[in-house]
Design a protein. Structure first.
Length: 261
């Protein structure tokens, strides 16, 4: 996949919005979660209200009509299956900014309740409403969001967090986020394989729009870095489909090899 041109960005950036993710490690296993990742609601810096969490499709709001609700259930199940994850998906109410999070505890019943859970992916209600209002393709934007959070679930499942925190690199958190963007692109390649007209470019633009306008060592990465990571994941997915563990390991190597700052 060729690099996104400035014209590509200018054509698509106006209509796409994505989440900024959080890495909530409530009750985390210290053998796999470094203390630096005992974070709260992403960049917002505020704790998640666990009382506000509901199963994504048991919510009584009008965020989804019935047809869209049913189709997105398929997308979420497909993300889980393709990544080799067993996660639950929920909604929560953000304390501050529109956001999303991966929580490495079983807050929502996973797709396979008979198997061990890999955690919960949460989409903020503010984020959902905002995304619905501004994007022309809610499905692709939310797919990017959930696939990115799935990348964080894979990082934890395969015990990879230490690779970001043991190098002495001050930019470890940015690399951690760009690795998840790589996994987001990996899933995008799968969608294109199954649906040739799937607008995978929107996934790159989604992450581009939520990049840090000024580089922050504790941030998510600058816009171009985020879009490039998605594209790199798409390229990997085209050559190595169907292997979530290989994808997240490739994402780690990609992110650690970047020149940042």
């Amino acid at each position: 996949m060729s690099e996104l041109s400035r014209r590509d960005f200018s054509l698509l950036v106006g209509g796409i919005l994505c989440c900024s993710c959080g890495r909530v490690a409530a009750q985390s296993d210290p053998s796999v979660c470094d203390a630096y990742f005992e974070a709260t609601d992403g960049a917002a810096g505020s704790a998640i209200d666990y009382g506000s969490v509901t199963p994504l499709f048991a919510d009584t709001s009008d965020d989804f009509d019935d047809d869209y609700r049913n189709s997105f259930v398929w997308v979420l199940a497909d993300i889980s299956n393709y990544f080799g994850l067993n996660v639950g998906f929920g909604l929560y109410t953000e304390a501050t900014i529109p956001n999303a999070a991966f929580v490495p505890v079983d807050l929502i019943k996973p797709f396979r309740p008979d198997l061990p859970s890999d955690g919960t992916i949460l989409v903020g209600r503010k984020l959902l409403m905002e995304t619905r209002r501004v994007t022309k393709n809610l499905g692709a934007a939310l797919t990017a969001l959930c696939a990115h959070e799935g990348g964080h679930a894979l990082q934890r499942k395969h015990r990879l967090l230490y690779k970001f925190t043991t190098t002495g690199d001050p930019f470890f958190q940015v690399r951690y986020e760009l690795c998840a963007d790589f996994v987001c692109g990996y899933y995008g390649a799968h969608r294109v394989e199954r649906q040739p007209n799937y607008p995978v470019l929107i996934q790159a633009i989604t992450q581009f729009r939520k990049g840090d306008q000024i580089f922050q060592p504790s941030g998510h990465g600058e816009p171009k870095d985020r879009a490039d990571a998605v594209q790199a994941g798409v390229a990997f997915g085209q050559s190595r489909p169907g292997d979530g563990k290989a994808a997240v390991n490739a994402g780690v190597e990609y992110a650690l090899g970047l020149k940042l700052g």
